[in-house]
Design a protein around this ligand. Structure first.
Ligand code: 2PG
Length: 252
């Protein structure tokens, strides 16, 4: 039997081309920026330096998460580990905001509405039209979703589609004693951290996850944290989280 604690590593993808341009991204499949490539490699170095060697990788179906994992695992000499991908780890679908400039949206709709769309627990942005250029309608990558393809999501929706996968797949690898790396997104990881840390629907609004810094959890046999999750570079993580919180406000 594997000995506890189980080790779970969460990694938000590195800075993307649209993070850099300050655009709402969601399910739009943008690539890492040059900065993001550097962050992903650094994440792999941090893992190697800490002796944290993933045995299995979980990613979303989005390129920026896949690229981040590959770059990090290459640095840690673990490119060979098993990989599982799921749309359930995708970023929160940002509805009709996908492709919109965050600073312009803030100016147009005001800080209250802006924060509700970005961080409220259960208010989704307006749905995206199927013929919108940033819609995922008809994308073969999501053919298996059929009518379940999201047109918008709030954090509550993300939790509802992500948690079944956590229970059905990810915890199984943990229980087998494997060190699990989950490479995903700001809001899909907020959903998982909310679950792990038991954060309330109100308090989760204040939690922001920085790009490209591994967050390590030690879990007991019921997959509850035995201590708070730890960023491998806490200083950079605090600065990165503050930058995410300030997006759109012009104070980045
Ligand atoms: O645009 C997005 O998809 C997300 C993550 O980059 O943004 P936010 O932090 O505003 O939820």
């Amino acid at each position: 039997m594997p000995t506890e604690p189980y080790t779970l590593i969460l990694l938000r993808h590195g800075n993307s081309e649209w993070n850099q341009k300050n655009l709402f991204t969601g399910w739009v499949d943008v690539r890492l920026s040059e900065q993001g490539v550097g962050e992903a490699k650094r994440a792999g170095q941090l893992l190697a330096e800490s002796g944290l060697l993933p045995d299995v990788l979980y990613t979303s179906r989005l390129t920026r998460a896949i690229q981040t994992a590959d770059l990090a695992l290459a640095e840690a000499d673990r490119l060979w580990i098993d990989v599982k991908r799921s749309w359930r780890l995708n970023e929160r679908h940002y509805g009709a905001l996908q492709g919109k400039d965050k600073a312009q949206t803030l100016e147009e709709y005001g800080p209250e509405q802006f924060k509700v769309w970005r961080r409220s627990f259960d208010v989704p942005p307006p749905p995206i039209a199927d013929d919108d250029q940033w819609s995922q309608f008809g994308d073969p990558r999501y053919a298996d979703l059929g009518d379940d393809l999201p047109r918008t999501e709030c954090l509550k929706d993300v939790i509802e589609r992500m948690l079944p996968y956590w229970h059905s797949d990810i915890t199984g690898d943990l229980a087998a004693g494997r060190t699990v790396l989950v490479t995903a997104h700001g809001n899909s990881l907020r959903a998982l951290v909310k679950h792990l840390d038991g954060i309330s629907d109100d308090d989760i609004a204040e939690l922001n996850i920085p790009t490209g810094i591994p967050l390590v959890y030690r879990l007991d046999e019921s997959f509850s944290p035995i201590a708070p999750g730890e960023y491998l570079d806490p200083e950079a993580a605090a600065a990165g989280a503050a930058a995410v919180a300030a997006q759109g406000s012009g104070s980045k």
